[in-house]
Design a binder for this molecule. Structure first.
Ligand code: PGA
Length: 255
């Protein structure tokens, strides 16, 4: 079974004390994860080192929400992949649509970030997804295809296997408007076929593709039941313990 992942993206929410409480409320009630099920908490940078000890390995792992596209240097306020690596952070979100929109991150820059993550052994959680206007014009496949081409498909067959992909239609993020499970499955199948065409079916079958965009406790079951949906990248609902626990419980189990 591919890795099934419930990833919490806290974004710029919660003070340290609130975050500590939130982690406690989730971790203390966490169901025991079966083989292949993973929980990830993408915390704000300053909390990564401090809260790491609050997440026992059997309950989850940490992710950064971003990294800089240079390996070090005079970039005041930024954080490099080697800094994350020195904190033993195993995952990093790359190319979230909010970073693309508000910080003008380009596909080419994201390719560099993906390379940097992989160069230090951090797994990038690479986000892709189309805005509403593209969906309305039914051009979502070519839009997402270009994102994959320009940011991921320069990788060789060995490297691509260390990437997690998150499909997050922008019109569904934080809007309460979830893609239907059919829309999610259709796009995930498209992404998997693009990987198969570029690399091989075997490689495509091994890569986890998460869905993101208004995942909640109430819709996670239906979304995660889709054959090509390997869990979710969750914003708002990851800040509510009951909701996120329900989302974790909806992950596929090894049969
Ligand atoms: P949302 O955010 O669950 O609040 O829609 C998802 C994301 O942006 O990763």
């Amino acid at each position: 079974m591919r890795k099934q992942i419930a990833a919490a993206n806290w974004k710029m929410n919660k003070t340290l004390q609130e975050g500590q409480q939130l982690l406690h409320d989730i971790v203390s009630k966490m169901p025991s994860l079966t083989n292949g099920q993973h929980v990830i908490f993408a915390l704000p940078y300053p909390y990564l080192g401090i809260l790491k000890s609050k997440v026992p390995v059997q309950s989850g792992q940490l992710a950064a929400q971003n990294c800089h596209h240079a390996s070090s240097g005079a970039y005041t306020g930024e954080v490099s992949v080697s800094m994350l690596k020195s904190l033993e952070i195993p995952y990093c979100i790359v190319g979230h649509s909010e970073r693309r929109e508000y910080f003008h991150e380009t596909n080419a820059q994201l390719a560099v970030k993906v390379n940097l993550c992989l160069s230090v052994g951090i797994t990038p959680i690479f986000c892709c997804g189309e805005p509403l206007s593209i969906r309305e014009a039914n051009n979502q496949n070519s839009y997402v295809g270009t994102q994959l081409d320009e940011s991921l498909f320069h990788l060789d067959a060995a490297a691509i296997q260390h990437v997690v992909i998150a499909y997050e239609p922008i019109w569904a993020i934080g809007t309460g408007k979830t893609a239907s499970s059919e829309q999610a499955q259709e796009m995930h199948a498209f992404i998997r076929s693009a990987i198969a065409n570029k690399y091989s079916a075997e490689i495509a079958n091994g890569i986890s593709i998460l869905y993101g965009g208004s995942v909640k406790g109430s819709n996670a079951g239906e979304l995660f039941a889709q054959p090509d949906v390997d869990g979710g990248l969750v914003g708002g609902a990851s800040l509510v313990p009951e909701d996120f626990l329900q989302i974790i419980a909806a992950l596929k189990k090894e049969s």
